[in-house]
Design a binder for this molecule. Structure first.
Ligand code: HEC
Ligand code: HEC
Length: 391
């Protein structure tokens, strides 16, 4: 049986703009042939893919949390789209010499990052930056991707590693995306999967972008000790929805670290002014954090969720431990045009505008580190639906 449906949001856009690029999306029940072909290669039942589109959020996230994510209305997460994205994410065939997949540098058990300072691409050459954790990338409302924000959004970002000469090697000198699309057309499971997802066996970069971006956006992190504690004390009427109350599942030290992270001076150091609760995605208006004197580039940070799953930290992986990160904020912030005002001495005080010095005690530094370790989402790091589907 064949049903012709409209994606609701795409439909609304078509109604308003009457643009010709808004096409009907045909969804067919999985044909037995496609199903059999896919199952030869993949532990994936195309007639019964896992739930990616509607994750359950704990109450502190509020009922409208999904409306605040950075998915464009024409590419909201669907179960079928994310399931295809998962296959693409784990497929080494997407690299020129069949050795590297997205997960080679974004390992699930390492918070979808890499413990190497720089990751290895197809010929063993190193990337120019440290790999980024991917969970909650959907909640960065600045949308732009990569440490230096050079990709305009996730759809723009996700096929760049494929075309990168070091990472996956389908650069212009090696035939570009056209060479890859031809290769994929010859891999039996892709025409079948694209037909199940997009209603046609044709593989395009556009469809790959949509599917990969959906898979990355479906990696939401809601199962950390922080999430459980916040849910226990959640109080919609209180400031910060009650996040200031001690969490019952925290040690005294973790609660102290939480206070330091969230509150402004004098009780705290206001990390949360940039690394926002409860997703720990970076605030859209954050500037840089003063790693180098004279810095002009405005960097972003991935969500701090799962950061204890592996170091090193920062765009160049310069800090091996959370303690080194905390010492940076405590005593090492450098002045420069891109330094955010939140990390400067406020106006009206001696040395206004100079980098802040937090002067934290050893106990407070240890408490902050303990708090950061509560952001690990152990369930996400082993969740089957984010693991490789390849047999
Ligand atoms: C060879 C290692 C490597 C491979 C392969 C790789 N990545 Fe990455 N990824 C990185 C590095 C390094 C960065 C940070 C690069 C930078 O900012 O310059 C990054 C950044 C990202 C980001 C940006 C996250 C953010 O919050 O801004 C996303 C999303 C991402 N990668 C997804 C993917 C996908 C999807 C694939 C597969 C198509 C992939 N990566 C393949 C190493 C890799
Ligand atoms: C002005 C906004 C701002 C404030 C305030 C801030 N940060 Fe950051 N943070 C950033 C930016 C931007 C980055 C990315 C820097 C880079 O790599 O270039 C970052 C990176 C990090 C990282 C590394 C993330 C990674 O994936 O490697 C950690 C950990 C971190 N911050 C913790 C903290 C803590 C703890 C505090 C409070 C003491 C804090 N931050 C305060 C903006 C801020």
């Amino acid at each position: 049986m064949k049903k012709v449906i409209f994606l609701p949001s795409a439909f609304a856009v078509c109604m308003v703009l009457a643009l010709s690029f808004c096409k009907k999306v045909e969804i067919t029940d999985p044909s037995p042939d496609n199903q059999a072909i896919v199952q030869k290669y993949l532990a994936l039942d195309v007639s019964n893919v896992p739930n990616y589109a509607a994750p359950v959020f704990p109450v502190p996230y509020g009922p409208n949390i999904q409306a605040t994510d950075n998915a464009p209305s024409i590419n909201r997460v669907t179960d079928a789209g994310a399931a295809l994205g998962r296959v693409l994410f784990y497929d080494k065939n997407l690299s020129r010499n069949n050795t590297i997949a997205c997960n080679s540098c974004h390992l699930q058990e390492k918070g979808f990052s890499d413990d190497r300072t720089f990751s290895r691409g197809i010929e063993g050459e190193l990337t120019g930056a440290h790999s980024m954790r991917l969970a909650n990338a959907n909640f960065y409302t600045g949308e732009r991707m990569f440490w230096n924000k050079r990709a305009v959004d996730l759809e723009d970002q996700v096929t760049q590693p494929i075309k990168d000469p070091i990472e996956m090697g389908f650069d212009a000198a090696h035939g570009g995306m056209d060479a890859l699309l031809q290769k994929m057309q010859g891999l039996e499971y892709y025409p079948a999967l694209f037909e199940e997802t997009f209603g046609s066996r044709e593989i395009t970069e556009e469809k790959m972008k949509r599917a990969l971006a959906q898979f990355v956006r479906s990696m939401v992190s809601t199962g950390s000790k922080f999430d459980q504690g916040f849910t226990a004390v959640f109080n919609p009427g209180a400031p910060g929805a009650g996040n200031g109350a001690p969490f019952p599942n925290y040690t005294q030290q973790e609660n102290r670290g939480k206070q330091l992270f969230i509150l402004g001076p004098p009780q705290g150091v206001a990390c949360a002014a940039c690394h926002t609760l409860p997703t720990f995605a970076l605030a859209q208006n954050s500037l840089s954090n003063g790693l180098d004197a004279g810095e002009t580039i405005i960097f972003k940070s991935p969500s701090l969720k799962n950061l204890a799953a592996t170091g090193p930290y920062m765009h160049d992986g310069r800090f091996q431990t959370l303690e080194e990160v905390i010492e940076h904020y405590n005593s090492g912030v450098q002045n420069g045009p891109a330094l955010d005002n939140r990390l400067r001495i406020p106006p009206g005080q001696p040395n206004a505008g100079q980098p802040l010095r937090l002067n934290l005690s050893a106990d407070d530094k240890a408490a902050l580190a303990a708090f950061l370790r509560t952001l690990t989402d152990d369930a996400l790091l082993v969740d089957e639906k984010f693991a490789t589907p390849f047999r």
